[in-house]
Write a protein that binds this ligand. Sequence first.
Ligand SMILES: [Zn+2]
Length: 142
Amino acid sequence: MAVYKKVGLGLLKVIIILGGVLLFTVGLFGWMANFGIASYYQMILGFAVLVAEVIREDAVKLGVHKGQFSGMMDIGSWGWFVLCSVLPIPGILFYLFQRPKYVSAETASGTVECPFCKEPIKAGAIKCRWCGSEIPPVEASV
Ligand SMILES: [Zn+2]
């Protein structure tokens, strides 16, 4: 099961990145061809999607998930993706503000979520004991 999930997430990532690049490129050409303000927004949206994907991957690495904190910032990694796509600048600022909390939560609990199979593994582990995936190292400082 874990393998299918991994392939699915990898495919989703490719689709997101291609979608972002396509939106940006079409918007850029539209802007140069004077298609107006809609092309400008399209460019921004395409760029925001790419940035949001970087944020989402960082959140996944940190083991961000719903139920971690109380309050409106408890939205999980996909929540951050949507927020940063729709409202890139406040979304990114919120994330940077929230990130140290996620890092300390992970250190405090001693376990993190495997980014591939979502099973709990020890913080600092380099290989998942459930699915055998190599875990990318997480930076402790911002
Ligand atoms: Zn795993």
